[in-house]
Write a protein that binds this ligand. Structure first.
Ligand SMILES: [Zn+2]
Length: 193
């Protein structure tokens, strides 16, 4: 009989920690719970103040930022969306909150339907990903994506178009719970211990 390990339980696996639904953060000391989403507050190219105006104040010339819409120089039109990534063995997707560009025509469709959650065209639309989630993206150029509007006032879903991109592989094959915890740690919300 070994004294070592007698009566000791194996520490919970990453999947068990996520599936347990709650973990104490290694950094911010709060309790987080699954699903725990991480979001970029603004598009990476945004250089203005990080102060949100109401959506209703939307201006199409110059610069504008709200929680859902962003216009830069009256020329670039962006919306806040989410990029789903399944986590293998854990229920529910992880959502990266990211911004995407839209064509002016699709931006108009999106903003016109935003309050009702019903859009004249349900896409998918094309866009450029305006954030770099965790350490997924190696190149410098923004990734081309599909933007899929959602019913019921949910944020649009984003899908990386180039199947070879690590982020596209993560979206189609899912990531391991260990990788998920690494991503939380990347953002300073890792699991204690
Ligand atoms: Zn935290």
């Amino acid at each position: 009989m070994s004294l070592f390990g007698f009566g000791r339980k194996k520490p919970p696996s990453a999947a068990e920690r996520l599936a347990s639904g709650r973990w104490q953060c290694a950094k911010c000391d709060e309790w987080h719970s699954w699903p725990f989403d991480i979001a970029a507050i603004v598009p990476d190219p945004w250089r203005g103040e990080r102060v949100f105006e109401p959506n209703g104040a939307l201006r199409l010339d110059g610069d504008f930022l709200s929680e859902d819409f962003c216009v830069m120089g009256g020329e670039y039109f962006m919306v806040r969306a989410v990029l789903p990534i399944p986590v293998n063995g854990v229920e529910g997707d992880f959502f990266f909150g990211c911004w995407t560009t839209l064509s002016r025509a699709n931006f108009d469709i999106y903003t016109a339907g935003f309050d009702s959650g019903e859009y004249a065209d349900m896409g998918p639309w094309t866009g450029w990903l305006m954030n770099r989630p965790a350490d997924f993206i190696e190149g410098k150029d923004p990734l081309p994506i599909w933007v899929e509007p959602q019913p019921n006032r949910q944020r649009p879903h984003l899908w990386v178009r180039d199947d070879d991109e690590p982020l596209a592989v993560a979206q189609s094959e899912g990531i391991s719970p260990e990788r998920m915890l690494e991503i939380f740690a990347y953002y300073g919300h890792g699991v204690e211990g």
